[in-house]
Ligand binder design. Structure first.
Ligand code: NAP
Ligand code: MG
Length: 404
């Protein structure tokens, strides 16, 4: 069989633990036999990050800026225990944080849906994609406890030394205080990424904040989105027949629950943190959640939403069989290959990505699953648990017949 050709390299970011094992299996069984893979490989596994003093992470992000599409394996974010385990000279920062900061991107998370696993919310029929503004607000807040009576003020000193101040509260008793911020530049990037992704995936975009209460802060988000939409994206949205829709977060929550899905829900940082866990749990499993980082200038980095599945890795190291779900990691590959194909006008590559995803869904529809999914299957559907290798083999068989 002739392998499918590529023209521009894909940025490949390898990772850690169980997902690193899956990464190789996916490449060997599902990609390399069919695609003449052109990739620029970066090993973001923790030993290599230590060896390069984390330079490899930065380089991989710059390569993504250069080529436009990356696929990333899950990576360990070091904590104290990992520093000891891997004998690190420093507690290296989260690779995802580093890459996100360089690409200035927004993360979009969407579930992979199959017939036999019904969402907890019965009327959800299509995926709901959450776009979380991963910058600022309460995540960058300064806060302290007030131990007694006194006046709390908020002060801004401009670059000429001029002060603007406002009383927050005259405390008559102990309490708590918090100051948070965001930047127009970051909100604008967030908005551009959301509008671009909506156009890209031809889905409606919802955006919600609490601007009735937060009349300057949340209002700024609302106005920036509105202005960018009117000036830069409205015509394209109308042409595609998709909608941009702003509403209060309370109203959004009610509408989301009553909806059948099939749209992107853009959320401020905290809302996105909370709502993405709610939505992913209601859809079934973290192992079925895909994730893509989209920069405001249209660069894409695809990955799984889950971590390195450490518990399974330790079992694997002891020689025990594991049934780790590779779906989200396979979909990271198919997403990246499809995007590469679209950007380079390679129809065969796009077609391959579609067939790979279809083969995965068919395998699950045939009742062949990893252990984590078997327990979620609705009554009336059959399901047999297999190990990761057999699951990938079953996908390969279906992929081969689809490509034949
Ligand atoms: P995790 O790797 O997502 O795994 C948590 C648990 O969820 C697993 O023990 C497993 O449950 C289940 N699970 C997750 N993915 C699964 C899959 N594909 N198939 C089957 N079960 C799956 O989270 P963690 O254990 O909290 O974190 C492990 C490491 O990952 C940490 O070092 C963390 O820094 C890193 N991490 C990286 C990323 C990223 O790179 N994007 C994201 C999150 C975490 P059972 O054990 O019950 O089977
Ligand atoms: Mg969370």
């Amino acid at each position: 069989m002739n392998k499918i050709k590529m023209t521009t390299p894909l940025v490949e970011m390898d990772g850690d633990e169980m997902t690193r094992i899956l990464w190789k299996m996916i490449k060997d069984e599902l990609i390399l036999p069919f695609v003449d893979l052109k990739s620029e490989y970066y090993d973001l596994g923790l030993p290599e990050r230590e060896k390069t003093k984390d330079k490899v992470t930065f380089d991989s992000a710059y390569a993504t800026q250069k080529y436009g599409v990356a696929v990333k394996c899950a990576t360990i974010t070091p904590n104290k225990q990992r520093v000891e385990e891997y004998n690190l000279t420093e507690m290296w920062k989260s690779p995802n944080g580093t890459i996100r900061a360089i690409l200035d991107g927004t993360v979009f998370r969407a579930p992979i849906i199959i017939d036999s696993i019904k969402p907890v919310v019965k009327n959800w029929k299509k995926p709901i994609t959450i776009a979380r503004h991963a910058y600022g607000d309460v995540y960058k807040a300064s806060e302290f406890r007030i131990e007694g009576e006194g006046k709390a003020e908020i002060v801004f000193t401009d670059k000429d030394g001029k002060e603007t101040r406002e009383t927050i509260y005259d405390f008559e008793c102990p309490g708590v205080l918090q100051g948070q911020y965001n930047k127009d530049t970051s909100i604008r990037s967030f908005a551009h990424s959301c509008f671009k992704y909506a156009i890209d995936t031809k889905q409606d975009l919802w955006f919600s904040t609490k601007d009735t209460i937060s009349k300057k802060y949340d209002q700024t988000f609302k106005l920036i989105f509105q202005e960018i939409y009117e000036n830069e994206y409205k015509a394209k949205f109308e042409e595609l027949g998709i909608e941009y829709f702003y509403t209060l977060i309370d109203d959004a929550v009610a509408r989301v629950i009553r909806s059948e899905g099939g749209y992107i829900w853009a959320c401020k940082n905290y809302d996105g943190d909370v709502m993405s866990d709610m939505v992913s749990t209601a859809f079934g499993s973290l192992a079925m959640m895909t994730s893509v980082l989209v920069s405001p200038d249209g660069k894409y980095e695809y990955e799984a939403a889950h971590g390195t599945v450490t518990r399974h890795y330790y079992k694997y190291l002891k020689g025990e069989e594991t049934s780790t779900n590779p779906m989200a990691t396979i979909f990271a590959w198919s997403g990246a290959l499809r995007k590469r194909g679209e950007m380079d006008g390679l129809n065969d590559l796009v077609d391959f990505a579609n067939k790979l995803e279809a083969a995965c869904i068919k395998t699950l529809d045939d009742g062949i699953m990893t252990k984590d999914l078997v327990g979620l299957v609705s009554e009336g559907f059959k399901a047999t648990a297999v190990n990761s290798a057999d699951f990938i083999k079953a996908i390969r068989e279906r992929l081969e017949s689809a490509l034949a």
